[in-house]
Design a protein. Structure first.
Length: 265
């Protein structure tokens, strides 16, 4: 099948997401509420403890706000459909079709993410009514930030795909998925910057883990924690984990194809 077909899959996913308009307002309202609560929390913490890890309060509020906005696109778990298809047994039918199921899932996720990305514009505009968000350090930093967000998306998708593919063997991954989601939230920098971790081995491990390639990398670039000379190494760090996770997901999928178990008729 021509790759143009996967573009159509992405377009259909985009259109499909557009039918759930009430959910859009719910997402934006949720972001605004969390922006307000987090800004209040960080303001109180900084008032009592002063600047932390070389990150001033205005940069911390910017970091927290952008992390919530990025969650709109990183929170799209398109690979979830694979888990359901494996559990239902319908994955056997998909494997007989003249398409690559992983590429179909990726295209479908791209379509969902593109629609979710549109929500960032109104969410950011309304957030600016509640908090101050710093401008990027420079046009260069902003451009690299966008590239970094893309690489973080690939790392996150590959991780979701690996988790979904494990269902070939376990049929149920709820417990493991909760554990991985907790580790991702903690070690990716989605909750707090990894620079807040105790200096030493623990911080170095957190900053070099694959999870740091999701949130920490782009947000560090945006708020200026990464200088001009560190931009390419940071992108290289993300690219390495994108390739490693991508290859791991591919290997798991190929192995899983040989262990298809049909359940539920």
């Amino acid at each position: 099948m021509a790759y143009g077909a996967y573009l159509e899959f992405a377009k259909r996913a985009f259109s499909r997401e557009g039918t759930y308009r009430p959910q859009v307002f719910t997402h934006i309202a949720s972001v605004l509420l969390r922006v307000f609560l987090l800004s209040t929390l960080w303001t109180a913490l900084y008032r009592n403890n002063g600047m932390q890890a070389g990150i001033p309060l205005h940069a911390m509020i910017t970091y927290a706000t952008l992390a919530l906005l990025l969650d709109l696109i990183y929170g799209v778990n398109g690979a979830y459909v694979v888990r359901e298809k494996i559990r239902e047994g319908s994955i056997a039918i998909d494997l007989m079709r003249p398409i690559s199921v992983p590429l179909y899932v990726f295209a479908d996720t791209i379509g969902q993410t593109a629609f979710a990305a549109l929500q960032i514009v109104p969410a950011l505009a309304l957030s600016l009514l509640l908090v101050h968000v710093d401008a990027p350090q420079s046009a260069l930093h902003f451009g690299v930030f966008l590239v970094s967000v893309g690489l973080g998306f690939i790392v996150n998708f590959a991780l979701d795909m690996m988790m979904a593919t494990v269902t070939f063997w376990t049929m149920e991954i709820f417990g493991v998925q909760l554990m991985v989601q907790f580790m991702t939230s903690l070690l990716s920098g989605a909750l707090v910057p990894l620079y807040f971790f105790p200096q030493g081995v623990l911080q170095r491990l957190a900053l070099s883990s694959p999870f740091a390639a999701i949130y920490n990398a782009p947000l560090s670039i945006y708020i200026g924690k990464v200088g001009d000379d560190g931009l390419l190494p940071m992108l290289g760090f993300q690219l390495i984990w994108a390739v490693v996770f991508g290859l791991a997901a591919f290997v798991l999928w190929r192995a899983g194809e040989r262990r298809v178990v049909i359940q539920g008729g």
